[in-house]
Design a protein around this ligand. Sequence first.
Ligand code: ATP
Length: 338
Amino acid sequence: MTAIACTDLTRRFGALCAVDAVSLQVGRGEFIALLGPSGCGKTTLLRLLAGFEAPDHGQIVIDGTVVARPGASVPPERRRIGMVFQEHALFPHLDVADNVAYGVPRGVGRAAWVRELLALVGLPECARRMPHQLSGGQQQRVALARALAVRPAAILLDEPFSNLDAGLRAEMRTEVCDILRRAAATACFVTHDQEEALSIADTVAVMRHGRIEQVGTPHEVYTRPASREIARFIGEANLLRGRADGPVAHCALGALPLLVPMHGAVDLMIRPEMIDVHHDDAGVMIEQISFFGHDQLIRLRLADATTVRARTLPRPDLRPGMRVALRVSDPVMAYAAD
Ligand code: ATP
């Protein structure tokens, strides 16, 4: 079942097309990340879904109901959407239980529902605390409980972790993800952080210049990026000029099998962790090693002066100035050369 379906959605601000003919489907219970660089239109797309912006063109269907098309728009409070913002936006004068209950119709079961939600987000003891008495992570969980309280068709999260410090951010990512899965919620979250999108979403929609350029699982968009630009944006990518001949391409690293057969001049996309490094006095020179603890990035210069980066586990046996042979471990993506 589809929870959200946008078709040909367009929003212009004067001459700028912030969202450009976007079509996207989000299944019930799916967790989708809208990933793209600053200014690519992610927030505008989220605001269109929420009803804070109206489209110039196209339509939005939420749970089978058309909520937006040019000239007709259902207001945000009637779209069955829960929102979680960067700044949590809790009501400072209401305690935790009243913040969560806000928007839930009064009646039998309201208090029990709020208790259930506070248990779901791991704050059963905090009902009577005020927002300023909570940590950033706890405020985030209250905001999530409040968004879930209205039993929304979907939850929209706008850069929900960007105000948290690095340690808490990683912890909250998995926690929010667990809560949304336990609640079987459909969720759409905006981020410019590729690691965040890849690590928690079921599906990643990559946006550039107002358009959705690729939709796929985290594994698909990382291993088979639809373009060189997406390859570079999602993680580190070596792009080497080569010549494809069906299932194989020849480049400075030798003959490499291709993921998709091609012919002619190509750019080959090789992730640094796909390159194995072995000692070889007749090989290429290690220029620099950046050590990160869990792994290291090795900069190498090939015979044709191209720079390549390889990622390996920590290897004290490798040092700048040494010569090594390189072997690519997996088939690679190729893009027709310009
Ligand atoms: P960021 O990650 O920096 O928040 P974003 O991908 O969410 O960026 P949007 O906020 O959707 O991008 O903005 C997309 C483009 O539309 C930007 O060029 C922005 O300046 C422009 N824009 C957004 N809102 C308005 C507005 N109300 N009026 C005019 N231009 C706007």
